[in-house]
Design a protein around this ligand. Structure first.
Ligand code: UT7
Length: 327
């Protein structure tokens, strides 16, 4: 049986930094409120006006390729999980393939908000498991600063920019993606969305005046739905695979709020020292959080480790993946 195994990781964070002190200058907030309510200390921001999301993706892929001895022309496919594509079309994946010289690759973007990386990873794993492709780059990347209203204290303190990527390859010895549960509930759209710029509300003077080109979120509702969605999908995944929380070596969750992560760990029964957290450094980078967390903690993983990836985001979209580490 062929499984899709992660065999390499890369990451990219733009140089610009917004600290909680900087936030105090922008909106009516405090360093103490941000840290205690979210766990965030700072975020990276792409400030160069000549650069966009695809440049962060290229940075992450170059980081991966520099650590793996492979020729970029061996890449078959690139999937980019993102809600901040450079353009409404063409997809970021197309621009990236051109920029890195991946002449034999095709690809596309997947828009599943904060679940973009897990949706992309499951999609890519099917192309590997069926023997269709041998090397797929799965990216999660968002330039949230391009859609954040830095006058709205309820959202601007949360988000940052960043890109992470994994290389997926076939493995016939067991490790790789073991199982996954992905879910969606479109009724949740009203609690987390960006209203302007699509076919429903094309850009106009009115959409700009209404702040419809920025992220809108009802935090409390999303918080509760996130805890429920992530917890239940992990629980169902464990039961379906005859596992308990004790069999899990690491949980790598989407980083939206440190309090969400401890609530999920508590519900599922996973010790907090198995929950990998880096939200303090990057904030919520939407599709970027999980691959950036894998990148940061790569040295902790051992071959055979059982890892749960879990996410929840706009849509609503959510789900969990059971992974066995391959190296
Ligand atoms: O990644 C996609 C999924 N997204 C998430 O999972 C995010 C989920 N939501 C959250 O993380 C939290 O709901 C927030 C961090 C957004 C907000 O935290 P909260 O504990 O739910 O706060 P709240 O919205 O209930 O607001 C509590 C108070 C309010 O004041 P009053 O009405 O009690 O006087 C807010 O106006 O905190 C106020 N507040 C702030 N105060 C200082 C809201 N934002 C801020 C702020 N600084 N930045």
């Amino acid at each position: 049986m062929i499984r899709a195994a992660i065999t390499g990781i890369g990451g990219y964070l733009p140089e610009g930094i917004l600290t909680n002190k900087d936030m105090e200058e922008l909106v009516d907030t405090s360093e103490e409120w941000i840290i205690t309510r979210t766990g965030i200390q700072k975020r990276h921001i792409l400030k160069d006006p000549d650069k966009a999301n695809s440049d962060m993706v290229v940075g992450a892929i170059q980081n991966l390729l520099s650590r793996k001895n492979i020729d970029v022309e061996e890449i078959d496919m690139i999937i980019v999980g993102t809600v901040t594509a450079d353009y409404p079309f063409p997809d970021t994946a197309n621009l990236v393939a051109h920029k890195i010289g991946a002449k034999n690759a095709f690809g596309y973007d997947i828009n599943a908000a904060c679940s973009g990386f897990i949706y992309s990873l499951v999609t890519a794993s099917k192309f590997i498991e069926t023997g269709t492709y041998k090397k797929i780059l799965v990216v999660g990347s968002d330039q949230m600063s391009s859609i954040i209203n830095y006058k709205d204290r309820t959202t601007c303190i949360l988000f940052g920019d960043g890109a992470g990527v994994v290389l997926l390859e076939p493995n016939e010895e067991g490790p790789g993606v073991q199982d996954s549960i992905l879910r969606a509930e479109g009724a949740g759209w009203e609690y987390l969305h960006m209203k302007g710029g699509g076919s429903k509300n094309p850009a106009s003077a009115e959409t700009i005046a209404n702040d419809w080109h920025y992220v809108y979120q009802e935090g409390k509702t999303v918080f509760k739905a996130a805890v429920k969605g992530m917890s239940e999908s992990i629980h169902d995944l464990l039961v379906r695979n005859n596992l308990t929380h004790e069999d899990i070596d690491w949980m790598v969750p989407h980083q939206a709020n440190k309090r969400i992560l401890s609530s999920v760990a508590n519900y599922v029964g996973i010790d907090m020292d198995k929950v990998l957290i880096n939200i303090e450094k990057y904030g919520n980078t939407t599709a970027g959080t999980i691959p950036l967390c894998l990148w940061d903690y790569e040295s902790k993983f051992k071959k055979g480790d059982k890892i749960i990836l879990t996410a929840f985001g706009g849509g609503f979209t959510w789900g969990s993946i059971l992974l066995e580490w391959a190296y």
